[in-house]
Design a protein around this ligand. Structure first.
Ligand SMILES: *Cc1c(COP(=O)(O)O)cnc(C)c1O
Length: 245
């Protein structure tokens, strides 16, 4: 087999096996499997891998660094003309990167402060004006479950004010909440808490239906607590290279 076919076979098998995990986890808690999206996180893997996954029907893809995602999204568009990929930003977002991020991102899952929401609003408005975008930006509010600001995320007490700020922006569309489970916590504790924040947000704004939670190691637990989007890197693509392609 050539290297490309070999990689294609591996990614196809890995995608099948992660889909099976999602289906089993949904069945356990009587949720329809279609309510949980598998979002591959392609960071540090080449555009060719991202394109293979999109070819398999996984047309929502996530990245965590602007410098890598911008060029990769262009390469994938060249490799797969006519296939619309929805790109999600899942990494911490520096405000000096916003101008670039709003050109490639369809969704930013890591909005964690009013300052960032305001800066994104301005960035999206400018991009709409010059034709670099044609639609508002879907956003998730990233929640810091343990209140440790180091890893990004909005402290739980500040979520309502941030949600209100996002709602007031006509350039942003609130879709829900996202979190990464704190390393020191059990996934149960983390996703139980996030599901409460998600529920409160949804009560206030019914269109905020998304709860982005769960990665390769803990996606079953996240699904049990209501995740609608599992962000999976390693289980699909293998161990991540240390540096970007
Ligand atoms: C890298 C990354 C993931 C994927 O992690 P895996 O453990 O490799 O599945 C999920 N979410 C975020 C925010 C990430 O940066």
């Amino acid at each position: 087999m050539t290297e490309t076919t070999d990689r294609r076979v591996r990614l196809t098998a890995a995608a099948r096996s992660v889909q099976d995990r999602i289906e089993r986890a949904c069945a356990q808690v009587n949720r329809p499997a279609k309510d949980v999206m598998l979002l591959p996180v392609t960071k540090r893997f080449p555009a060719s891998d991202a394109a293979e996954l999109a070819r398999l029907g996984l047309t929502d893809l996530a990245e965590n660094r602007d410098q890598e995602a911008g060029p990769k999204s262009l390469s994938v568009a060249e490799l797969l003309p006519g296939v619309g990929v929805r790109w999600h930003m899942v990494g911490q977002l520096q405000r000096n990167k916003i101008k670039s991020v709003v050109r490639w991102a369809d969704v930013v899952q890591t909005v964690d402060s009013l300052r960032l929401a305001e800066a994104l609003t301005h960035g999206v408005a400018a991009a709409l004006t010059v034709g670099d975008r044609t639609s508002p930006l879907d956003v998730l509010v990233q929640v810091s479950l343990d209140g440790d600001p180091a890893r990004g995320g909005c402290p739980i007490g500040d979520v309502p004010a941030l949600v209100d700020g996002v709602i007031r922006s006509s350039e942003l569309r609130l879709r829900g909440v996202m979190a990464v489970a704190p390393l020191a916590w059990s996934p149960e504790r983390a996703f139980d808490l996030l599901s409460k924040v998600a529920g409160r947000t949804r009560n206030e704004y019914p269109e905020a239906t998304e709860m982005s939670a769960g990665m390769s190691a803990d996606l079953e637990t996240a699904i049990a607590y209501g995740s609608t989007c599992v962000r999976v890197g390693t289980a699909l693509l293998g161990e991540r290279p240390l540096t970007s392609p």
